[in-house]
Design a protein around this ligand. Structure first.
Ligand code: AMP
Length: 214
């Protein structure tokens, strides 16, 4: 099973992708997480990516595509994988499709989680991330067990730079401009599935499971 998660930043892609990965026993590949890990480790890639991420812009395709193609050719991706945050541009989608078709493969589903902009701004203002392990919470929807501390590692919870209101607005602009066209792209490919992301988290998950025919 090879799935792409589409949707605006804050639509719930990451939360759903983790649950789906667990259910189907496939790796969850988040380009945002890969970039953040590189930033934390202080790698060259991390330094380059941070400059774009902090401004709410996309990391250039040439820094993103090879990274994903390498990752999906690992052994643990043999039975499938779920992509969260990739592709985000038409050239990225074309690079993915080209790399897979060279192996006689293709993506099975592109799941688009639909949430309106107003709800996104509200959601992201309440999002908190662990400064140590990166786990995400929400002040209202997914509160940590102990206020201000991560459930997994106890680290302090912070508002990520890219979740700050001015950056969120920029990220939404970038989403509409560069990523939303992927909905039509995957519809044309015949693999698009749309889910109402305003529904409760558990219902969104059940719908995705139904849509993917499992
Ligand atoms: P995310 O955690 O998926 O919301 O990603 C956080 C940030 O990482 C984005 O706002 C982009 O700056 C960058 N990023 C993640 N995935 C991609 C991608 N596929 N292409 C370009 N930039 C990306």
């Amino acid at each position: 099973m090879k799935i792409i998660m589409l949707g605006a930043p804050g639509a719930g892609k990451g939360t759903q992708a983790k649950k789906i990965a667990e259910k189907f026993g496939i790796p969850h590949i988040s380009t945002g997480d890969i970039f953040r890990a590189n930033i934390k480790e202080g790698t060259e890639l991390g330094k380059k990516a941070k400059a774009f991420m902090d401004k709410g812009e996309l990391v250039p395709d040439e820094l993103t595509c090879d990274l994903v193609m390498d990752r999906i050719s690992s052994d643990d991706c043999k039975n499938g994988f779920i992509l969260d945050g990739f592709p985000r541009t038409i050239p990225q989608a074309e690079a993915l499709s080209k790399a897979l078709s060279a192996k006689g493969e293709k993506m099975d589903y592109a799941v688009d989680i639909e949430v309106n902009d107003e709800a996104i701004v509200e959601r992201m203002g309440g999002r908190r991330a662990c400064a140590v392990c990166g786990a995400t919470f929400h002040l209202v929807n997914i509160p940590p067990k102990v206020e201000g501390h991560c459930d997994s590692c106890g680290g302090p919870l912070i508002l990520r730079d890219d979740d700050k209101p001015e950056t969120v607005r920029k990220r939404l602009e970038v989403y509409h401009d560069q990523t939303q066209p992927l909905i039509a792209y995957y519809e044309k490919e015949g693999i698009l599935k749309q889910v109402d992301g305003m529904l409760p988290m558990e219902e969104v998950f059940n719908k995705i499971v139904q849509l993917t025919g499992e």
